[in-house]
Design a protein around this ligand. Structure first.
Ligand code: CTP
Ligand code: CA
Length: 220
């Protein structure tokens, strides 16, 4: 007699994940954006699906294929990302903000291409904070944010977790070897309700599994 135990710690859970950069257009051919390959968010989406969750991935423009068994919604701007998240987050058990959301957008978006000669000043206005908006929902999902830092990573991560009201925050120092934007590996410190833990260095899929292994038991 062979008994196979399928342990699916996220079975029955709904997970919404943002990933990739956003693009904020100046005109039909130019945009303001952030560095982000999307790899960490896509690894989280694929892993959450493997663990049994119903996953929606709200992704900015990336070069990556849609993860298997994940409902992938493609957006461009931060406001489109916020709309797509707000349609889905209230019913979710877990929200993961992994996107490199552009903090600003051009104050004005031209209908026609700006001609290239000469310099010009660019006025930027703030974008909405998607993670903070989800964390502020009444009866909203548990929230996991990310902070990619270049210095004083832990101090900035602690401040961000508090300021945004996120339950969990994964901090990484993007200047460390093999933990940056286009890398396939990562090293994060997870700040959460139980304290702080530096997770083992590994591939972004391994880091995704380690993060979800800690958070899954804490979902309602
Ligand atoms: N985030 C978001 N919406 C924004 C900006 C950030 O949802 N407009 C989320 C990111 O997806 C990430 C977390 O907030 O989960 C932290 O993003 P980060 O850019 O590190 O934080 P900021 O508060 O924008 O701080 P900074 O000034 O360092 O960019
Ligand atoms: Ca930011």
């Amino acid at each position: 007699l062979r008994i196979r135990l399928a342990v699916k710690p996220l079975a029955g859970k709904r997970v919404v994940i943002t990933a990739g950069p956003t693009r904020e257009p100046l005109d039909p051919v130019r945009f303001v954006s952030n560095r982000s390959s999307g790899k960490m968010g896509y690894a989280l989406a694929a892993t959450a699906a493997e663990l049994g969750a119903a996953v929606t991935l709200v992704s900015g423009p990336t070069a990556l294929p849609d993860p298997v068994a994940v409902d992938t919604v493609r957006v461009e701007t931060a406001e489109e990302m916020l709309d797509a998240v707000q349609e889905r987050a209230a019913d979710a058990d877990l929200f993961v903000g992994c996107a490199a959301v552009s903090d600003h957008k051009p104050a004005e978006r031209l209908d026609r291409k700006r001609k290239g000669k000469g310099g010009f000043a660019l006025e930027l206005t703030p974008n909405p904070d998607i993670l903070a908006a989800v964390a502020a929902l009444d009866n909203g999902p548990v929230t996991l944010g990310f902070a990619a830092e270049t210095h004083d990573a832990l101090a900035h991560g602690r401040e961000k977790r508090a300021a945004k009201g996120a339950d969990w925050l994964a901090v990484n120092d993007v200047t460390e070897a093999d933990a940056g934007f286009e890398a396939d590996t990562n090293r994060v410190t997870l700040l959460g309700p139980d304290g702080e833990e530096t997770l083992p260095f590994g591939t972004k899929h391994e880091v995704a599994r380690a993060l979800l292994a800690r958070i899954a038991p804490r979902l309602a």
